[in-house]
Design a protein around this ligand. Structure first.
Ligand SMILES: O=C(O)[C@H](O)[C@@H](O)[C@H](O)[C@H](O)COP(=O)(O)O
Length: 251
């Protein structure tokens, strides 16, 4: 039984290596299912933040197989591209087409951006939307955030060398110069990311291996390496190929 509650420590990350992408999707879905059902039992709602990229594929395959009370889910976005929902680049658009109609969840359970706004306006608007679900006098504390990592070590839309990495108070920030297209996005900032109860990086494939080594073994302070929950659980879920250069440090 995977529990983020049992060991809410800010100790070392928990690195889990599975054989391949299929196993990764199964294990990721199991982790999410466990956390969701614990959160629902404890807090009535399950507040999860999703990322885009290959995570949308993993979850589109894995989530329809889990057993949970979908009506208690509220799905947020760790980052989002400021593009129309019907655009292929929209992360919400990807999850909408994959999950609505497949699992018993409705559009209003997704807490999404208003893509008709500028990035600056959308970030401010998203903070207001978060305030409905989290008390305004403290940082939002998500039950779970699911993150990916780009080839440059970025996560969410927090990119190496970007001034947003130093943001210490704003919950959600705009970015209009994302090196990963599309350029216009909003992103959770590190204070909110690191306030989560449970953070899971999930990645597969040999293209991730070098960066995984740089972050988990060399400990380079790239954005994904700066994800370190202050009072929560951090899991790196990797397939064999993504973990091929850190086999000597995996417990
Ligand atoms: O919307 C996005 O672009 C993501 O949130 C971004 O942070 C993604 O997780 C990484 O770029 C990894 O993407 P891949 O998993 O596709 O490599």
């Amino acid at each position: 039984m995977f529990s983020c509650y049992g060991n809410l420590s800010c100790g070392k990350e928990d690195i889990r290596v599975v054989k391949d992408e299929d196993d990764l999707i199964r294990e990721l879905s199991r982790i999410v299912e466990d956390k969701a059902n614990i959160a629902i039992q404890k807090d009535e709602l399950f507040k999860i933040g999703l990322s885009g990229g290959s995570l949308t594929k993993f979850l589109s395959i894995g989530l329809p197989k889990i057993e949970t009370d979908w009506s208690k889910w509220r799905i947020f976005f760790c980052d989002e591209r400021v593009v129309p929902t019907e655009c292929a680049d929209s992360t919400y658009g990807m999850y909408k087409s994959a999950l609505i109609g497949t699992v018993p969840i409705t559009e209003d359970q997704f807490i999404k951006i208003d893509p008709n706004l500028t990035a600056e306006e959308a970030a401010r608007d998203y903070i207001q939307k978060l305030s409905v679900f989290f008390p305004p006098d403290s940082l939002p504390r998500f039950h779970m955030l699911l993150l990916g990592m780009g080839p440059d070590g970025h996560t969410c839309s927090l990119f190496p060398g970007h001034r947003l990495l130093e943001e210490t108070s704003v919950w959600v920030a705009p970015i209009t110069d994302s090196p990963k297209p599309p350029a216009s996005r909003i992103t959770l900032t590190f204070p909110v990311v690191n306030n989560a109860e449970c953070i899971v990086f999930a990645m597969a494939g040999s293209a991730k291996a070098v960066m995984v080594k740089r972050i988990l073994k060399v400990k380079e302070q790239l954005p994904a390496g700066r994800v370190n929950p202050t009072n929560g659980k951090l899991v790196w879920l990797l397939d064999d190929e993504a973990a091929r250069l850190i086999k000597d440090i995996v417990p």
